[in-house]
Write a protein that binds this ligand. Structure first.
Ligand SMILES: *Cc1c(COP(=O)(O)O)cnc(C)c1O
Length: 382
């Protein structure tokens, strides 16, 4: 066992998947975003767990992320969310990735390459309804859809948009998302009026799954919700039965050293913390290079033996320190939990330092082994 490890609760992941499927109904498909190494949870393991649970497709942001899944023998459709470079088109074709197409120029490039390779490549049309990122305008959507449908080597297989503020229950954000949905529906109507089948229609991210049922269409794309976090004010304002999810990642380490510190002595770089009394300090072999944010210095805690102790002094690259107090029960080599499980979750750590749980779990470094647990809680029905 390694001192610092990320426990990945596959039982929680599968429970979250079931909860979301129950929430949206059995008739709708789920696309599992495994981009950024499945938000830090391990793309291949999460992909395999998802597919064994009957998920329809996966999505990645970058071409190499899709290649890793194919090399692991994963056969399911893989949507490619971000815009690749033309130089990456041969890999898209070789690995049968499904790009989201925002413009005619890229559609033509894909068509030419697919035709040269002698295959038909499925693509989805991406419409920008207010995110201001990728996608054609709603007004241009029927024309681009017709262009894709006319490409001999392309299979017009789906139509998508993405929301900018779907996780917010603030009235103006709700209204904005409703306008995005209306704009998307109008574009879909235009596509159908042109005699075209938009294929699988999808829009909802986690926030929209919670707050905007009319955005669910044929398929949803829950990322953060599958990994066990509910975002924003949506938590308190859901119109529906509460959708309960459990955090999938726990960051655990061990006490590797215990030392006494005299009143007034300081800890770590910059001497930002001085002992207010004679005390005992534990050293943990986890630092910002593992993904414990340096901004959490003097702002976070570790749970050891069921008790909570503050992190003191600056978090270093590879280590951090905990104040055990003058008469500690903690022993050298004891387990220490940084987040998840018995400790507050990555979402609470994120909130403490002004970021989002996505960034916390994505930033858990490659050198931290992922330890998959599927036996706890499985089959208990909760
Ligand atoms: C990452 C991503 C998602 C998932 O977003 P969450 O907020 O994690 O649910 C959905 N759609 C697209 C296009 C994305 O890039």
């Amino acid at each position: 066992m390694r001192a610092t490890r990320a426990i990945i609760r596959l039982d929680h992941f599968l429970g979250n998947l079931r909860a979301i499927q129950g929430h949206i109904g059995q008739g709708r498909r789920i696309c599992v975003p495994v981009k950024a190494d499945a938000y830090g949870h391990g793309a291949v393991a999460i992909a395999r767990a998802s597919l064994s649970a009957g998920v329809y497709c996966l999505s990645v942001a970058k071409v190499p992320e899709g290649v890793i899944l194919r090399e692991a023998g994963i056969d399911a459709p893989i949507l490619l969310f971000s815009q690749p470079l033309p130089a990456e088109i041969p890999e898209i074709i070789k690995n049968r990735l499904t790009p989201l197409v925002s413009d005619g120029e890229f559609a033509a490039m894909l068509d030419q390459a697919a035709s040269a390779a002698g295959i038909r490549l499925p693509v989805h049309l991406k419409i920008d309804t207010g995110m201001g990122r990728m996608g054609c305008s709603a007004a241009d959507a029927p024309v681009l859809a017709a262009h894709i449908a006319a490409c001999a080597a392309l299979d017009y297989a789906g139509t998508a948009t993405h929301f900018a503020a779907a996780d917010s229950a603030a009235p103006d954000d709700r209204a904005y998302t409703e306008r995005q949905i209306a704009c998307f529906k109008e574009a879909l109507a235009g596509i159908r009026a042109a005699g075209l089948d938009p294929g699988i229609v999808h829009a909802a991210n986690s926030g929209a799954i919670i707050l905007h049922p009319e955005s669910w269409f044929d398929m949803v794309r829950p990322g953060i919700l599958l990994y066990g976090y509910r975002m924003g004010s949506g938590d308190r304002c859901s119109d529906d039965a509460p959708l309960r999810v459990e955090p999938v990642m726990e960051l655990r380490t061990n006490v590797v050293f215990i030392r006494e510190l005299q009143k007034g002595e300081t800890i770590s770089y910059g001497r930002t913390w001085a002992a207010p009394q004679d005390t005992v300090i534990a050293v943990l072999p986890v630092g910002y290079a593992d993904g414990l944010p340096r901004l959490a210095s003097n702002q976070w805690q570790a749970v050891i033996g069921g008790k909570t102790y503050p992190l003191v002094g600056r978090i270093c690259m590879d280590q951090c320190m905990v104040d055990l107090g003058p008469n500690p029960e903690v022993q050298r080599w004891d387990e220490a939990v940084i987040f998840g499980g018995p400790a507050p979750s990555a979402a609470e750590l994120a909130q403490r330092i002004g970021t989002i749980p996505y960034e916390i779990t994505c930033n858990i470094n490659k050198r931290v082994p992922r330890v998959y647990q599927e036996d706890r809680g499985l089959g208990t029905g909760d």
